[in-house]
Design a protein around this ligand. Structure first.
Ligand code: SAM
Length: 278
């Protein structure tokens, strides 16, 4: 028996024959103390509905419910996990809604009725984690329908999300994440924390949306960062040639000999604004 009065996660996996599938990015967390800690990093839960992607056998879901989540709405693609999740739902009546489906085909903004306070929390499948994050960071209108995101990534991806100008990991993802949110690494987890263990260390990133990010068109910002970091070793006058090169950089007051990795988010936003106007 576990701290929530339910069978241990290893028993759940054994009973429901949930051998991990690599193709679905399944690296399960079996320690409820650990998943409770991740849940606490998400912030206050009592007054929030938590959207979770990939509950699997329910490790993080149980952590969220144990820590008082008002409700969890969880989207899982692997139908083998549904009976285990239904048992969990029976233990927490009215508090767990399970959606059987593909997160990449889900409109998360429609999962929770307007007016509800929402948080997103997930131990993401590594193969779609970045794609989902970029989608959540690109939603319109802004501020978004969620109050925070607390997400597990491979540590290297987490570093690319929180990176600042001059860091090796600074790139398109950092510009987008730092433009719209304040992202922070709040936990690191060694491979042994998971079953089966992945090859690399993982990290949890907590992202809080900025109320008023600098005004700018997300698609244009994406065009600028794609061009700039597409040739990150080149000077900007070269990498941004197709977008106006030296003339554009002059108008923004940016030295055309600089490289993408030295530009602040504000400078990228300036470039995107100038491009949009002309
Ligand atoms: N939350 C569980 C935990 O922490 O132990 C499992 C996390 S595991 C890293 C990723 C989960 O995402 C798996 O349960 C997997 O089946 C699910 N998954 C993979 N691809 C998915 C998709 N496209 N949509 C929804 N769930 C998906």
């Amino acid at each position: 028996m576990s701290i929530d009065g339910l069978p241990s996660l290893s028993d759940v996996i054994r009973t429901h024959e949930l051998a991990a599938k690599k193709s679905l990015g399944q690296n399960f967390l079996l320690d409820l103390n650990l998943t409770s800690k991740i849940a606490r990093n998400a912030g206050s839960l009592e007054d929030h509905v938590v959207i979770e992607v990939g509950p699997g056998p329910g490790g993080l879901t149980r952590g969220l419910l144990l820590n008082g989540a008002r409700k969890v709405v969880a989207v899982e693609r692997d139908e083998r996990c549904l009976p285990a999740l239904e048992e969990l739902g029976a233990h927490y009546p009215g508090k767990l809604e399970i959606i059987s489906g593909d997160a990449l085909k889900t409109d998360f903004s429609k999962l929770v009725p307007p007016g509800e306070k929402v948080r997103i929390a997930a131990n993401l499948p590594y193969n779609i984690g970045t794609e989902l994050l970029v989608r959540w960071l690109s939603v319109e209108p802004w501020p978004p329908y969620y109050a925070s995101m607390t997400l597990m990534f491979q540590k290297e991806v987490a570093q690319r999300i929180v990176a600042q100008p001059g860091d090796n990991h600074y790139g398109r993802l950092a510009v987008l994440a730092n433009w719209r949110t304040v992202p922070k690494i709040v936990m690191e987890l060694p491979p042994e924390a998971f079953t089966p263990p992945p090859k690399v260390t993982s990290a949890v990133v907590h992202l809080v949306p900025r109320e008023k990010p600098l005004a700018c068109d997300a698609a244009t910002l994406s065009r600028v960062t794609e061009a700039a970091f597409g040739q990150r070793r080149k000077m900007l006058r070269q990498s941004l040639k197709s977008l106006g090169g030296e003339a554009l950089l002059d108008r923004a007051g940016i030295d055309p000999r600089r490289r993408a990795e030295t530009l602040s988010v504000e400078e990228f936003v300036d470039l995107a604004r100038l491009l949009k106007v002309h």
